[in-house]
Design a protein around this ligand. Structure first.
Ligand SMILES: Cc1cc2nc3c(=O)[nH]c(=O)nc-3n(C[C@H](O)[C@H](O)[C@H](O)COP(=O)(O)OP(=O)(O)OC[C@H]3O[C@@H](n4cnc5c(N)ncnc54)[C@H](O)[C@@H]3O)c2cc1C
Length: 396
């Protein structure tokens, strides 16, 4: 291997550790620099799509994820009074994936599992309490500068350091897009909504012009996500009374579910102007962020990491010119804009469609797609991000 220094990865989140695992599989040494004191315990993402599970299976992480997660075979769209608009069965994807379902599993489980798999490997190193503050591309190598001034040399640097990426800023890469005026409130409860709502799928989206929401199950908990108008103060949103009022909109007369977690998120749609500048590379939230409707942010980040690691390993082994990494940018940035951003914005607009005509149109399209196996298959290819991966593979 011509390059002897490790690939540096800023961030031991799910995308950074997938990139590390995929590079190690190719025999490339890595050193991960993580700002926090240990592996993050964040819940945030909980939906893993079929092709992502296929990739995680190839990296040895899927069986344990499946053991710790919950298999969601169906997804539903409903109206606020619980009438079923449409139901899709992921089993229809059995012809194109080894995992024809959504896995509901919090993202901290993935990072814990990956760290467990990686830490014994001889070419893997990780530093905690190591926040990257700056990064330099010297043409034949890179240097990451930590907040305390420590300088760490590497061959390439992958910025997988989340939405506020220091690597992206050091590379001078703009993060274009917009922020939604409303915030998203996530309330988790161990009350089982399936006992109140007959036939409820583990993932159910509720369309409503006044207040759409979704219900999603993870092991031992249900998570409900609601939009919150811009004019309501954060302090008020985080009160028990506010949570109860939101819960009361799910099933009339019931608001007494015990809240186990309460988190308020500001939500953005942004894509980095490039995923590569010289030897500085971006993946995951450092490169793109979107609203959580459809569960595409982390899945897309994992698709970035796997795509990038394969190409970077070839460049490092001297099998390809470094221009191969421009193809990484074209493929992954291309489908982030064409598919992930477009789809997540559309998912939100569909659920919140304001006029009766638009709501009716959305319901009709969903019901028709669910009722026709060929259209349902096509819908599921998009929803599970198989279409976006196929499109990326076509980009040259
Ligand atoms: C409510 C909600 C629900 C979501 N649900 C889903 C879902 O179901 N499916 C899905 O696909 N996506 C979902 N997402 C998006 C998903 O959470 C993110 O896309 C995902 O966390 C991105 O992973 P990442 O590794 O790129 O970044 P992060 O998870 O943000 O990890 C970044 C890591 O880098 C570290 N770090 C930060 N700065 C530095 C620095 N300067 N130096 C070194 N280390 C640093 C951090 O400590 C962290 O460990 C959801 C998001 C929200 C808000």
């Amino acid at each position: 291997m011509p390059e002897t220094k490790p690939v540096l990865i800023a961030g031991a989140g799910p995308v950074g550790l997938v990139a590390a695992a995929a590079l190690l599989r190719e025999g490339v040494p890595v050193e991960v620099l993580e700002a926090g004191p240990g592996i993050s315990q964040e819940m945030r993402a909980s939906t893993f799509h079929a092709p992502t599970l296929d990739m995680l299976d190839d990296l040895g992480a899927a069986p344990e994820m499946i053991r710790q997660g919950l298999i969601g075979p169906r997804v539903q769209y409903r109206t606020r009074d619980h009438a079923l608009i449409a139901e899709f069965d992921f089993g229809l994807l059995a012809d194109v994936t080894r995992h024809p379902y959504r896995l509901q599993c919090e993202q901290f489980k993935l990072t814990r599992i990956l760290h467990g798999l990686l830490r014994e490997q001889p070419c893997f190193a990780i530093r905690f309490d190591a926040p990257v503050a700056d990064a330099h591309d010297h043409g034949d190598g890179v240097e990451a500068v930590l907040e305390d001034g420590t300088r760490i040399a590497g061959s390439w640097l992958i910025g997988a350091d989340g939405a506020r990426s220091a690597v992206r800023k050091a590379a001078g890469i703009a993060f274009e897009g917009f922020t939604w005026p409303e915030r998203f409130l996530v309330l988790s409860t161990d009350f089982d909504f399936a006992t109140l709502i007959p036939g409820l799928a583990d993932v159910s989206y509720y369309a409503d012009p006044e207040e759409w929401f979704f219900l999603l199950r993870v092991p031992g908990l249900w998570r409900a996500m609601f939009p919150v108008r811009a004019e309501v103060a954060d302090d008020e949103v985080m009160t028990e009374a506010f949570g109860r009022a939101r819960f009361a909109r799910i099933v009339a007369g019931r608001d007494d579910y015990p809240v186990r977690h309460r988190t308020l998120y500001r939500v953005h749609q942004r894509v980095a102007e490039t995923f590569r500048r010289g030897r500085l590379l971006l993946a995951g939230d450092a490169a793109h962020i979107n609203n959580p409707l459809g569960g595409m942010g982390l899945n897309g980040g994992i698709h970035d990491a796997v795509n990038l690691a394969e190409k970077l390993a070839r460049v490092i082994r001297g099998e390809a010119e470094d221009t191969l990494l421009d193809l990484y940018d074209r493929q992954r940035r291309g489908v982030t804009v064409e598919h992930v951003q477009r789809q997540t914005i559309m998912n939100k607009k569909n659920l919140e469609a304001a006029t009766p005509e638009d709501q009716a149109d959305f319901r009709r399209r969903m019901a028709e797609a669910a009722g026709d196996p060929a259209r349902a298959h096509a819908h599921l290819l998009g929803m599970s991000m198989i279409s976006s991966l196929r499109r990326a593979a076509e980009i040259t």
